[in-house]
Design a protein around this ligand. Sequence first.
Ligand SMILES: [Zn+2]
Length: 209
Amino acid sequence: MSDQYNLESQEAVHTNVENEAVSLFKGKVLTSWETCNSFITEWARKRGFNIIKDRVHCKENVIRRRTYICEHGRNYETNSEKETSTKKILCKWHVNASCPKLKNPNSAIFINTIVDEHNHLLNVDAITFETEKKFSIEMIEDVKFLTQHCKMGSIAQMKYLEGKYPAHPIYKKDLYAIIRSFRPTTMSLMSDATQMSNWLDSQKEKDPR
Ligand SMILES: [Zn+2]
C-alpha cells in the first residue's frame, strides 16, 4: 500500500516539474522572441487552436511589445456591405508579451497578460495529432514495429529510442500515446506504465539532474 502511495506522489512531483516547463502563466520568462513565438504557437496547438502574431511595437529596431491573438480573433477588413452588416463576435483570447528596456540585461521576454477564453469550440483532436507529431515518422514506424512485431514494452522502447535518437527529447506520456495506438490492450499498458515509472525513478537516483 505505502509503496503504491509513494509511487503516485513521486509521479505527481514529476508531473509538476513538466507542467512548469510547458505551461503558460503571467510572469513566465522566455529567453527570446523566437522562443516565445514557438512556445505560444505550440502551447496553443496542443489546446486545439492556432495563434496569429498580432500587434507589434518596435523601438530602435527592437521588438518591445507584441500581442498574440487566436486565429478567430482577427477582424478582417472587407469592402462588402453585406459582410460588414453581419455582426461578428470575435474571439478575445490573447496574450501580451514584452521585452522591457530597463533592468533586463539579457533581453528576456515576459508574459504580461493572458486572456485564456474562446467564444468557439477548440479542435481537441489536434491534441493527439500534435503529440504524435513530436515523434518523427521514422520514430513512429519504429514504435509500431517494436510494439507489433517485437512485442517490446515501453521501457525497452524508451531505451531504444533514446539510443537511436539522442538529440530528440522523448517524454513517456508521448511514447505511451503512440504505443497505445498500436496496442489497444489497456490492462497490459497499465502494468507497463508502473514498470516504466519505477524504471524512471531508478534512473533519476542514478543520475540526479
Ligand atoms: Zn479563439
